[in-house]
Every structure is written in C-alpha cells, then in structure tokens.
Ligand binder design. Sequence first.
Ligand SMILES: Cc1cc2nc3c(=O)[nH]c(=O)nc-3n(C[C@H](O)[C@H](O)[C@H](O)COP(=O)(O)OP(=O)(O)OC[C@H]3O[C@@H](n4cnc5c(N)ncnc54)[C@H](O)[C@@H]3O)c2cc1C
Length: 492
Amino acid sequence: MTDGKSTFSRRSMLTGLSAGAGLAGLSAISSAKAANLPTPEIVESFDVVVIGTGLAGTAAALEAASSGARVAVLDKASENRAGGNSALSAGIIAMPASASSADSAAYLEDFVSKGQGRGNRAIYELMAQNTRADVEWLRTNGAEFTAQGTMPPYRIATVTTAPGPYMGMPRTLAGLRNRIEELGGHFFFDTKAKHLVLNENGAVAGVRAIGSDGVIELAGQSVVVTTGGYAANPQIIAAYSDPNAEALMVRGIDWATGDGLRMAGDVGAGLRGMGGIMALHIAAVDAVETAAGNPFAALPYCISVNQEGKRFVDESRGYVAHGKAVLGQPGQRASLVFDQTIAELPATQTTMATFRRLGIDIIEASTLDELAKELGVPSDTLAATIADFNVAVSGGAAPEASPPKAALARKIERAPFYAFHPLAPGVTLTFGGLMINDNAEVLEADGRVIAGLYAAGEGAGHVFYDDYVGGGSLANCLVMGRIAGREAALAG
Ligand SMILES: Cc1cc2nc3c(=O)[nH]c(=O)nc-3n(C[C@H](O)[C@H](O)[C@H](O)COP(=O)(O)OP(=O)(O)OC[C@H]3O[C@@H](n4cnc5c(N)ncnc54)[C@H](O)[C@@H]3O)c2cc1C
C-alpha cells in the first residue's frame, strides 16, 4: 500500500497485457477477440480499484478504504443513477434471527433447502456467520434500518434500509459513498470499465475504461469486480437460460449487462451456475411498476389464479416459485386474490400500502361474482376454485387442495374481496457468475486463483440456484463485498 494521497503517475509497471484470450465457447459472454483500448498517457494509481457502486462495490470500497487503502471506484452510470440494482431494490437484508448458533444453523438450512442443496453452501455459511455483524458495521458507518422483522415461512430475520421497502437504498448508498470519500476514496462516474490490465507477472493490475474525457487507466494492486448481474442482457440469457429472453420483462436497471463476467472471463475466470431457468430469479409483478410493484409479502397468504380462474401453484413457496409458474400460464398473467381477513394481516397491509403509494390499482369487489368480472375470468370457475380451496383449508395449510398449499393457507370468505391484478413475470436478478473462493478471489475454471482479481455480489459466487430466500442477495453483496474489500486491500 502507498501513502494516503492520490497520485498521478506515468504508466510504468503495467504492461497492458489485457483482455482477448477469452473463454472459448462462451461467446455470449466473452468477446473472443476483445479489442484493447489504446494506452492512455496518464495512469492514475491506487491500491484498490472497485468496479461498480452497488452494495457489493460500496461494501468493498468502504472496507478497503477503512483499512487505509487508496481506493478508486468507477461506475458506468452517472452519479444520479449510482448504485445499480442495489439502489432500486427493496433494501431487505436477510440475517440470522439472533447471534445464537441455533439461529445461524436455521438460517443456513433455509438457504440450503431453498436452493435444493445446489446453491453455494460456502457462501451461505459466510452469510450465516457475518450478516448480523456486517449490518451493525453499516450502522456504524451511518446506515439506518427499520426494526428487525420476519419473513415467514423462513426462519430468518430481516432488516430493511430506512424508512422502508423500496425507499431507503439510494439514501443509504449515498451516505456510504460520502463515508468512502471522507476516507480518501475517489469516484469516477460515467466511466465504463472496458477491460482488465495484466502486469508482467500475469496478475490483474488495473482497469482500462472510457470516461467523459476519453480512455483512462486506473492502476491498482488489486481490482474488485462488483458489476452486478446480467438480467438486462438478453444475449447471455438466451444463450444460457431461455431462448425467449427478449420477451422477458426486466424488473431492474436496463444496464445490468454482465460486463464483469466478460471482463473477468477475458483474463481466464471460470463461470458457474449459468444454465437454465434455475439461473434466473423471476417474479410476477405489476407490468408498469416492475420494481416495487411486487406483492411478495402478501403472496403466501393469498391464492393465485390464472386467466381461467384456476389455481396453479402453492403460493406459500414464495414469489420466485410463483413467478416461474406464471411463465407457464395462459397469457403469462396471474391475479392474487384475497379477502378482508387476509387484507388485515400486517404482511398484506405492507403490500397494499406500497401499491397505493405507487398508484397501482388494487381491485376491490363486494362479491366474488363482481371480482371475477373485474379480473376477466369465468365467474363460475373462480367461485368453484375458491369453494374447493376453502374446503381444503385446515390448520393453516391446504394439503388436499389442487394444487396443495403447504402453509399460510387462509379461507377466502369475508367480503370485500380484493386482487393484485394483473401480474406478469419479470427477471429480477441472475444467479450465475464468476467462480470465487471464500476470500472472494476470482478463480479459473480449474480452481487456480487469478492474482490481483476479486469479485463479489450478484455476478460472483453463483450463490443461488432456482430460488432464493428474500433478502439473500443484499446479504451476499454485503458479506462478500466486505470480504473482497478486505482481501484486496491486504493484497496491496
Ligand atoms: C426491483 C428489485 C428489488 C430487489 N429487492 C431486493 C431486496 O430487497 N433484497 C435483496 O436481497 N435483493 C433484492 N434484489 C436483488 C438485489 O438488489 C441485487 O441482486 C443486488 O443489489 C446486486 O448488487 P450488486 O452490488 O452485485 O450489483 P448492482 O447493485 O447492480 O451494481 C452494479 C453496478 O456496477 C455498475 N457497472 C456495471 N458494469 C460496469 C462497467 N462496465 N463499468 C463500470 N460500472 C459498471 C452498474 O452501473 C451498477 O452501478 C432486488 C432486485 C430488484 C431488481
């Protein structure tokens, strides 16, 4: 590490042996003949260069700067659009319910089972160990959270950035950026990282980027890739997950194009967890307010019906299982139906308050017949669906319903009746990404460490498989971002 001042230096130690080798066969991600940008005259030198200002990048930069490293953070977005999908998110972080080993174990089990045993257990273990402490660390750096909550049926606790869901992240991230600047960190906005730079030993030692003044190079003794996922890159999704990628709505930022996967891939990084619909988080949401118009809190208590007025999924399996099930329904549309008793539950109240704040209509009807007309579904079918479901509800579940509902089942019987309608599926986040180890070092496909290169967040660690526990992605970004920042600073 060098002293605390920002220095400009002529390019000396870096040889510019950058991208180009690529990952044969992964043409959707790696530009096999990536053109190198010309060598700029001026190279600005830092200890750690972080690419991306989402939660993973912010946590990495703050951790590295707190340990005395000179840190640069670049983002292709402008400052008023900083923060990536993290800024757009609900701000919910999943953590163990207490510091006890029993609650840590329950948290780990919930994550492992949600991913059918095929998520990244090593990262879940790090999340179980560190998330509570890392949330406190954010607090000591000025972040504010709502009171600890729960997310049934999981045995996890949640905190949400204040003042509440979908409201707190831009302010939280801006406060953390101020803190990084107080510690001497530098931000470069409107600056798109194009490729990594290797030194004479083959270690990653900088980033070449295009900013408003042209090509720049930020030299760093280590580089942290926190560029997020690839939900807005239909080329990658079509190649790995779904040939109909162009037809899928994108819920988040439309510049989440997997740049870090390509850049790191060009210097040999391995990828995992990219294949199939299992690599996508899909939620059925309002088609206009695609980000916050997500009735996830109310969903497990409601019944979901398709355009034929029929149930088609166990709603208690959560909003990802629901979103993927809607993909297979006629017209890819669904309606969440509930009654006045369900409307009075705190979880439903939260969703209704969010929808009203956003100006999204909530259908309300005094009879089921009227509700069916509002939804455009056959009245007799909806009535039969609800009657059959009500008969099957017993002890908070509906095991004999078709399809069965394992938990949180409530009868739909007390007027008025409501619906969140219509809901359509959109990609929230992507699960595949760069291979990393416990120290957030980026790995080649054969497990070798790429010296000088670290990665964290949505695009690293192939953390989730098929589904995730809500709040899990920000927990991963926080925990692994902080580890990446610590290790990158130590390497300097
Ligand atoms: C609507 C919505 C709600 C969500 N709510 C939650 C929630 O409540 N809890 C939860 O756990 N998860 C939630 N998620 C998922 C979660 O928000 C993301 O997985 C997480 O924020 C990703 O963080 P990140 O730091 O990895 O990437 P991001 O936050 O996406 O940040 C990546 C940054 O890298 C920048 N970048 C990309 N390429 C380049 C480049 N070439 N050069 C320079 N900069 C680049 C981008 O501009 C961006 O600023 C939600 C997602 C969405 C879309």
